[in-house]
Ligand binder design. Structure first.
Ligand SMILES: C[S@@+](CC[C@H](N)C(=O)[O-])C[C@H]1O[C@@H](n2cnc3c(N)ncnc32)[C@H](O)[C@@H]1O
Length: 286
């Protein structure tokens, strides 16, 4: 876990409307981490206080445990039970057997679908913070007859080390915003890239600009790393600057949710990309 300062939260500066232009190559040439350059330039969401992080993490755990206790993917809202279009699109770029890593897999809408829709000798590793989510992945895989293809790992992805450099397909869908800082996001993406075989596919999606619309107004959604769409896009572009970008997405999202029995609409910007690793590994990637 990357340490966060315990002191005062620095006030967020106004974010520019135009996309921030960052000369990543120049920043790295000067020995700077691109993620830190992004976060400093855009108002320092990296400086989340420890107590704010702890509170957001408690709420992430409480919220997901409550959702998963309701009976698994079948009982979840439709959008959460079906694989997202981006994962379906990413799968189109995979030819042979691959090792899939689904980070923050939840109850496995992507892991389970990929285990069924990739060649039978593929392997799927589903990683999540919550054992109750992964228990449901295992139960659904047994029901679907794909249990022999799916492993589950209970872990905080912020500390997750890939066991091998054999990843052929990596999914990180709505999990990066639950890390402790943009620098932690950047570090995880670097580990994902380093663990990926030449030609491997990544499907990365971040829900940024998160707001909850209730009958009483608008509030900022509790999340560990509250990225703006600009920050998320800059982070992803910096991470995948040497890869083929097969698809890039920045679109509005609005889904109904319930917290503490109160219904609200979660509005956000889905910032996502599908990227393919260079066929021949380069020195900067590995
Ligand atoms: C919004 S759900 C998304 C689940 C799944 N990726 C999907 O698209 O259906 C976020 C999931 O990430 C998990 N999660 C949150 N923070 C995590 C972390 N630091 N490490 C591992 N999993 C985490 C939660 O437990 C939850 O299951």
């Amino acid at each position: 876990m990357i340490p966060r300062p315990d002191g005062e939260l620095r006030p967020r500066t106004g974010l520019p409307d135009v996309e921030l232009l960052i000369d990543v190559a120049a920043a790295e040439g000067a020995g700077l981490d691109a993620a830190i350059v992004v976060s400093r330039a855009e108002g320092s969401v990296a400086d989340v206080r420890q107590d704010e992080f702890d509170e957001a993490r408690r709420e992430t755990v409480r919220y997901h445990q409550a959702v998963y206790a309701d009976g698994g993917a079948g009982a979840l809202p439709g959008w959460w039970a079906r694989p997202h279009r981006l994962v379906l699109d990413g799968r189109e770029h995979v030819d042979g057997p691959v090792h899939v890593y689904d980070l923050g897999a939840g109850t496995g809408r992507h892991a389970l679908w990929l285990a069924e829709h990739l060649p039978p000798d593929c392997r799927v590793t589903a990683v999540d913070l919550l054992p109750e989510a992964l228990d449901q992945v295992s139960a659904s895989a047994t029901q679907a007859g794909t249990a022999d293809r799916i492993d589950t790992v209970v872990a905080d992805v912020e500390d997750y080390e890939f066991p091998h450099t054999d990843a052929g397909f990596v999914v990180a869908f709505s999990v990066l915003e639950h890390l402790s800082s943009p620098a932690a996001v950047s570090a995880l993406l670097a580990r994902c890239r380093a663990a990926t075989r030449p030609g491997g596919i990544h499907v990365i999606a971040v829900f940024a600009d998160r707001q909850e619309i209730t009958g009483h107004g608008v509030r900022r959604a509790p999340v560990e790393c509250p990225l703006t769409a600009q920050q998320a896009r800059s982070l992803l572009r910096a991470a995948y600057r040497d890869w083929d970008i097969l698809q890039e997405n920045c679109s509005d999202s609005a889904v109904p949710e319930t917290r503490h029995g109160q219904k609200y609409q979660l509005r956000s910007t889905l910032v996502a990309l599908i990227a393919r690793s260079p066929s021949r590994a380069t020195a900067t990637d590995h």
